[in-house]
Design a protein around this ligand. Sequence first.
Ligand SMILES: *Cc1c(COP(=O)(O)O)cnc(C)c1O
Length: 533
Amino acid sequence: MDQKLYDQIISNFFTCDPEAITGIFREFMLALQAEGPLPPSPHMAQNYETAQANPEIHLLPGNLKDARDAVFPFFWGTDSWSSPLHLENVKGPANYASLVGGLACLLKNPNLCTDTYSHRSNELEVKAVTALANLLFYHTDDPWGVFTMGGTISNLYGAKIGIERVLPGAMHTGLGGAKVAGIVSEAAHYSNRSVAGWLGMGTAQLHSIPTDEAMSMRLDLLAEKLEALHGEGIRVAFVTATFGTTDGSGIDDVAGIRKIVDDFAARHGVPAPQLHADAAVGWVLSFLSEYDLGKNPLTFSPELLALVERAQRYAKGLRVADSITIDFHKMGWGHYPGSAFLVNRRQDLRYLSRTVEETPYFAEADGRRDPALFTLECSRPALGPYTVMASLNGIGLTGWQLLVARALELSQQLKLRLERIENCKVLNLDALGPSVLWWVLPKGRDAKEIHRQALGGRLTPECFARYAGEIRRLYEKRERGMDPAQDARLSFTTSVGYLPHGLCLPAWKAVFFNPRTGTEVIDRLVESVEELL
Ligand SMILES: *Cc1c(COP(=O)(O)O)cnc(C)c1O
């Protein structure tokens, strides 16, 4: 064996050289800074043409700079979404407290599967999920949770517990032909459909309840659906409430759903479906729960206080959920993946235990130390706990209140300004969150009247399609005329999730996900809409 070459590899790649590493890290940081003043568009065109043609691996051992060079073009060619002009979707810049946590995690590289491989990092996960659970369930007795690969997987945990509730032992025996269903709203995230498919229920067994104009699930129709499914001999495993829809920030009434599923279960003598709250985006409203509206220590405006009061009211609903999905990589401005699945009562995790027959309850010590007993994953990164605790305690509760309140304030400002324009109609005026959905119609059209007609069922699908086409064309016109250095980047949704009389309502979309976005961006955005008309 070539001992010299071997030693060189050990020295370059398995020996920590702080100077070499921080030097390279500094170079990446400088590139990031250089990118700061550039418009939020890709700085380097993609090259999918030959991405697969040359899957190269260097022949000879190099050094850390070769590692740098292997990724740099892709690093430079990737937008970090730090520009305040990004309003397209629920994606924001990562905060730097999260970076500090993330770097610490990467240096130790723990594996959260069991505490042998993670030591105090596992303890940090317990701390992080407890902090989040206390915030969301609010002083709950015995919460628990785990970090997962993303909101989809956190939703999957909730659905899986539901299946085990209504079909005990399904983990081992399978569904065995039993008819099992789940319920969401029509504005729910598509991940719930993926979950129904992947869990073997079948996507056809996921039922969508229409929403009202505020994009919240219609509770009267939920009650009817539960009865109808029960009447057909179908077991309802879960109802997943959406707490903050991805497009429109619609919020399902979790407490109202609680009452309906409990009454349903009592009436028919069946287990209550798992009440899971998909709060991937909306969970941050809970930061405002304890804000003192009377003392108003952060000097919020009266308009903003009204929004905070509503946030407090909605967030109370989460307290009665059985389990919750939160995505810290969304409005926590943390790094991916930062999703957590939280349960209100730790004993509910027994449904997921690999040895559920032998240990009906978790042996306390095992559950704490060995999440691998009930997690879907075996190896599990600790990035979630590290980035979340660093962010929570770096920014502090008051800091979070400011950040969340600001996003609510800006989205409300844009809503009100657009609503005042004759040719515009805001579609989610009554929802509470960072997103704004609206129509822009050509000059001379009364957007509010067209909206009333659509909601009243007074427009034929053909007639509505013409308006929908106009809304799209104007959006494309703005895109073509955009000045990338000053015009905010928006997106377009073909259906906001509320389907009056079956109509898919398209909309322009802006999401206030970047804390650096200010009112000047709104001014210019409104101007660019008016210029089109
Ligand atoms: C983003 C989102 C998800 C999916 O989460 P990922 O982390 O992207 O997997 C689920 N539900 C809602 C409401 C979301 O907004």
